[in-house]
Design a protein around this ligand. Structure first.
Ligand code: IDP
Ligand code: MG
Length: 137
């Protein structure tokens, strides 16, 4: 089942020089491809739309501040079961609970700075791809 997902390598991943490492893990999955890729500082309104579901939660404001603290890498990944596959590759939200071998489990310690975002459903993926890459077919 071919799917697509919107992935963000968050500002901590860029700052810590982990982009190549994380991209490599995504690239090495059989039959997956990166079909759009850009390093950019995410605009406030883009972030508000992206994380709208979390508005009002205690972690929302610090999350917005963190996500605006430096450039991120935004990309579209396409291929066999990428939605579930990327969530597995990333590991659960809390990096301390994430298994070693996962991106968050290998490189993260605090929940906010957990290195990567990956779409959690096909519906989210379509919405997020439109938001981050409006010209993408
Ligand atoms: P996800 O990224 O695994 O889908 P979400 O629950 O959608 O996790 O939360 C979005 C992002 O908000 C997380 O990736 C993390 O950066 C941050 N976050 C979520 N829960 C907390 C928390 O309890 N404390 C601090 N930051 C949080
Ligand atoms: Mg989420």
């Amino acid at each position: 089942m071919t799917q697509r997902s919107l992935v963000l390598l968050k500002p901590d991943a860029v700052r810590r020089g982990l982009v190549g490492e994380i991209l490599g893990r995504i690239e090495r999955k059989a039959d997956w491809s990166i079909t759009a890729l850009e390093l950019r500082r995410l605009a406030q309104d883009t972030l508000e739309q992206h994380y709208g579901e979390h508005q009002g939660k205690p972690f929302y404001e610090p999350l917005m501040e963190f996500m605006a603290s430096g450039p991120s890498v935004a990309m579209v990944v396409e291929g066999e079961r990428v939605i579930e596959g990327l969530r597995t590759l990333a590991g659960p939200t809390d990096p301390i609970a994430a298994a070693p071998g996962s991106i968050r489990g290998d490189f993260g310690t605090v929940v906010r700075e957990n290195l990567i975002h990956a779409s959690d459903s096909e519906e989210s993926a379509e919405r997020e791809i439109k938001l981050f890459f409006p010209d993408f077919a």
